[in-house]
Write a protein that binds this ligand. Structure first.
Ligand SMILES: [Zn+2]
Length: 447
């Protein structure tokens, strides 16, 4: 076993692997793969070069100019179908003025590795890459193929990333039995408990952007005008009604399992106390996102001139629906709530017809994750969960692949706050834990 990331016998020598992982992540964070513009090929090449240096021959699949999917496979004996480790190479853009550290220098300060993508999701990509490299270095005999796949464009709906792979290279996914990606992790601050709680995402909410358009009668800004005819006022009233709309909590099979698992540990009220659950949910924005369809007004347009009463005003509302709910039903509910024939409610953008599906959690991969976490972290609770944002997992679940969002580390409130925000960081401690436990999950699944 040679030089970097040496191994001792058949177990990884974590003392040398940890600093290697740190160096790899710092190097990866130095590549600006902001999307837009989404020129992520150098990120794919960076990871690919690390594989090539160890005798692995990856494929680089161009999805658009400057955009590539990296796809590599370690062969197993074929007795089981493949496990795929997948991640995205793009990151959301930064507003450097609001960062107190450089966003693309891979700085490590006081045990924190700073940079855009540290938690979303270059840090997880390095955990997966290290696990993949170790399997190769240790020459582990595999029962199933192990796939490493890094895709562009996740942050802009995935049309030139995972969706493209599914459409253009279904053969590369054909024998994939399970997939691991982003969307869940551990937390040490769940509802005030000190017990570490790990969420394995098996489903996610669906995006539903609605456009509200109010039509009025224009007029001169100098003369009193009937309020009913002012489209801006009609629109504002509609938005106010939506903002003040209280919606009951709704259980899905995932959130039922989630509550059952946590209430068994005394961390949530049981399901036969719905008022208690509703009270908790009401006081927590993350829980509201898990138990209700949510909406936020994100764009407003009205008026053409300071002295012209606008004939037309419109707004976009970003709605996120629970799994299993229909977008059209939701649009009808919004129309009923707005209750104004002068305000039209339409879909803002044509989205995939595919409704996100939920993955089962009664699976070998789920049980392996649960066992690895329970053995590694004292008092840990593992529960199936739902991602409230969108991830690439939805494309794979739609193909019938149990795709889980899970990083085996314990993100603090501060690390979590870094998603799409300023001063994003991952601790060295979490990187190390993530590398060790991702490797262990992979080993038990494959070897
Ligand atoms: Zn992400």
């Amino acid at each position: 076993m040679g030089g970097r990331g040496a191994t001792r016998g058949s177990v990884p020598d974590w003392k040398t692997v940890h600093p290697e992982a740190l160096a790899l992540l710092r190097g990866y964070l130095r590549i600006d793969s902001s999307n837009p513009p989404g020129q992520e090929a150098p990120a794919a090449r960076y990871l690919g070069a690390l594989l090539e240096a160890e005798g692995i021959t990856p494929r680089y699949i161009e999805t658009a100019p400057g955009r590539e999917i990296l796809y590599a496979r370690l062969p197993g004996d074929g007795s089981k179908r493949a496990l795929m480790l997948a991640n995205h190479t793009d990151v959301v853009p930064v507003e450097p003025a609001y960062w107190t550290v450089p966003a693309f220098e891979g700085l490590e300060v006081g045990g924190r590795i700073y940079g855009r993508g540290a938690v979303d999701m270059k840090g997880i990509a390095i955990m997966q890459l290290i696990a993949f490299l170790l399997v190769k270095r240790l020459n582990l005999p595999l029962r199933r193929d192990l796939v490493f796949c890094a895709v562009p464009d996740e942050e802009a709906l995935g049309k030139q990333g995972m969706a493209w792979l599914c459409d253009h290279h279904p053969e590369l996914l054909e024998d994939v039995e399970y997939e691991l990606n982003e969307g869940g992790s551990g937390t040490s601050e769940f509802q005030g408990t000190e017990r570490p709680v790990f969420f394995v995402a098996t489903s996610e909410k669906q995006v539903c952007w609605l456009r509200l358009t109010a039509i009025g009668i224009p007029g001169h800004g100098s003369i009193p005008h009937p309020i009913e005819h002012n489209s801006a006022v009609r629109l504002a009233r509609a938005l106010q009604r939506l903002a003040e709309w209280e919606r009951p909590i709704t259980f899905t099979p995932e959130t039922e399992a989630w509550v059952d698992r946590l209430s068994a540990e005394g961390l949530m009220p049981p399901r036969d106390q719905p008022e208690e659950i509703a009270r908790l949910v009401g006081g927590s924005a993350p829980l509201q996102a898990m138990f209700t369809n949510t909406l936020n007004v994100t764009m407003i347009a009205s008026g053409i001139k300071a002295n012209v009463i606008p004939a037309r005003s419109s707004a976009v509302v970003d709605c996120r629906l629970l799994p299993g709910q229909s977008r059209e039903d939701w649009r009808q509910q919004v129309i009923a709530r707005v209750d104004d024939p002068a305000v039209e409610v339409t879909f803002h953008e044509e989205l995939d017809a595919d409704e996100p599906v939920s993955a089962p959690w009664d699976t070998e991969l789920y049980r392996v994750i649960e066992a690895v976490i329970s053995e590694a972290v004292e008092g840990a609770v593992v529960a199936p969960s739902m991602t409230v944002g969108g991830t690439d997992n939805r494309f794979l679940r739609a193909r019938g692949i149990p795709a889980y969002g899970f990083a085996p580390c314990i993100l603090s409130q501060q690390e979590r706050a870094g998603f799409h925000a300023n001063d994003e960081f991952l601790t060295v401690e979490n990187l190390n834990m993530g590398c060790e436990l991702t490797y262990e999950i992979v080993r038990r699944m494959c070897a």
